[in-house]
Structures are given as C-alpha cells and as structure tokens.
Design a protein around this ligand. Structure first.
Ligand code: AMP
Length: 282
C-alpha cells in the first residue's frame, strides 16, 4: 500500500491504478474501527482498487468542538488498511488540502437543514467541501460511506448528483449499514472519549431507540414515544439530547405521521463532553 500526502504524486498514482479497472474511494478521518473496515471490505468487493483517505477536516468542526482532541493514529491505521488490501492511502495535511488563500465552499441546501445541520452550524458545508475535493482529487468510480452518518450520506448523494461528481450518476455512492458493538452501540472513533462508566451508560442509546421505534410501530403517539426516549437517556446518564426526530429516510423531511409514511429515527445525545449520534428505521 502506498501512502501519499501531496496532490501531484496522488494524481500520477491514481492514473496508474486506473489502468487495472474501477477505483473505489473510502473517505475517513482515521482512528479506524470495524465500521471503517467494513466500508473498505465492501469497496474491495466492488472495485479493482480501493483508495482510502484519512484527513481530519478542520472545516467540519465547529469552534468549540473536538478538532484538537480528535484521535490521530496514522501508523496503526496504515497497518489496518494494508492488511485489508487497500492499494493507496491518501493522507494530505491541512496545508495540502487547503493551501494559503483557499476560499471556496460547497454548501448543499435542503437535506443538510435540521438534525446535525442545525446542531452543528457549518458542519455539512465542511463535509461537502472536503468530499467534493476528495472526489476531484481521486476521481473514483464508486465511493463508500456509512449509514451511521445517514444525513451526511444524503448530503453527499445530493452533492454528487448536483455537481456531476460521479459517473454513472446513480448507484456510485454506496451506503453501508451501521456496524455495532455487542451491546448495540454504533462504532465511532468518538467512543474512545468515553470512560468505562460512560461506555456502559452509552448502551442506553441504541436500546432506547429500539424501544421508541417499537412503540411508534404499535401506534404510540410519536411525540410521546420521543419524549419517553429523551427521559430514558437522561435517566441513563446522558447530559443532553440535541435532537430526537422522525424523518423521511430520503428527503429527511419531518415525518408527523409514521403510520402513513416511511420514517427513520435520528438521535444525537451527549454523555459527558462526548456527542453520540445514531439512526434506525422505524
Ligand atoms: P469518520 O472517520 O467518522 O468520518 O467516518 C468515515 C466513514 O465511516 C463515514 O462514511 C462513516 O459514516 C463511516 N462509519 C463510521 N462509523 C461507522 C459504523 N459504525 N458503521 C458503518 N460505517 C461507519
């Protein structure tokens, strides 16, 4: 596996790989876990070469967020990607990604409103900008993203269609189901922030979400089911719930009546200083 940190050598290396067939891109911020590696495995099954990227993108972190604390473990990540048969790791630093004078922003409206878009102003502009640049840099035939970040996946699908980033337009962006720990907690690089006690308390999130979805399915009033979910999380040791909402899985429009419309439950909640997100089908 080659690790490349500058754009010109990346372009040469990509041109050489492309001679063998389709290239699949797996963008990450590193601190890899089994969720990331599941994306890599899906990419490997679908393309001749997998290109992974590791870039902790400053533009998608708010001023009071965890950019400096975000775990960085490049040597370990390199070994994991190598063992999964990744052909190339693209690992630019911030200066290579955003050289002095950088001034362009990619902003996707609609699907980025609400949920994490409301709770983290500017976050999806940061995501759209960096993923647009990654697509232009690597020019992949396919790209793989996790359903763990469902709204992010919707933003990227919209952007890829709108900006003609992939060929063909449909089915080039693959969503991979969320990989979970044994107790149901979605794997996340941020789980490393949790103390042992918080880690145990965090299992209340998938449990309460499953309970709320069951309640809605059997006809409980959705507002009451969501209020009960918030109560359960606070009782379990969460310090705040940023949002708990039912939304349309594709448009992400608010769903008032899940009995007559497809709906997905989206939750962001804080435990100590750590913000966890998850989503599941009702
Ligand atoms: P990140 O490094 O957190 O930016 O994540 C990189 C990619 O991995 C994104 O497409 C995420 O949605 C995906 N991902 C993160 N956690 C999981 C998980 N538990 N299961 C599946 N995909 C995941």
């Amino acid at each position: 596996m080659q690790t490349i940190t500058r754009l010109d050598p990346l372009r040469d290396a990509i041109a050489a790989l492309r001679a063998d067939g389709p290239i699949a891109l797996v963008p990450t911020m590193g601190a890899l876990h089994d969720g990331h590696l599941t994306l890599v495995r899906a990419a490997k099954r679908a393309a001749a070469h997998v290109v992974a990227s590791i870039f902790v993108n400053p533009r998608q972190f708010g001023a009071n967020e965890d950019l400096d604390a975000y775990p960085r473990q490049l040597a370990r990540d390199q070994a994991l990607l190598e063992s999964e048969g990744v052909s190339l790791l693209w690992a630019p630093d911030a200066e290579a990604m955003y050289p002095a004078g950088y001034a362009t922003n990619v902003s996707v409206s609609g699907v980025s409103d609400g949920l994490c878009g409301a709770a983290r102003p500017g976050h999806f502009d940061g995501v759209g900008t960096v993923v647009c640049k990654l697509f232009n840099q690597v020019q992949p035939d396919l790209a793989f993203f996790g359903e763990k970040d469902w709204q992010q996946l919707a933003v990227i699908r919209r952007m890829a269609r709108d900006l003609d980033l992939t060929r063909p337009h449909v089915d080039a962006i693959h969503g991979v189901p969320t990989v979970r720990e044994a107790d149901g907690l979605a794997m996340s690089s941020r789980n490393a922030y949790l103390s042992d006690q918080q880690r145990q308390q965090a299992a209340a999130l998938p449990r309460a979400m499953a309970g709320a979805c069951d309640a809605v399915r059997v006809g409980t009033n959705p507002a009451a089911a969501l209020a009960q979910l918030v109560e359960l999380l606070l009782a379990a040791g969460f310090s705040a719930v940023d949002y708990a909402e039912l939304r349309d899985p594709d448009s992400l429009a608010v769903v008032a009546n899940p009995a007559s419309q497809p709906a997905r439950l989206f939750v962001a909640a804080r435990i100590g200083g750590t913000r966890l997100i998850d989503n599941r089908a009702v």
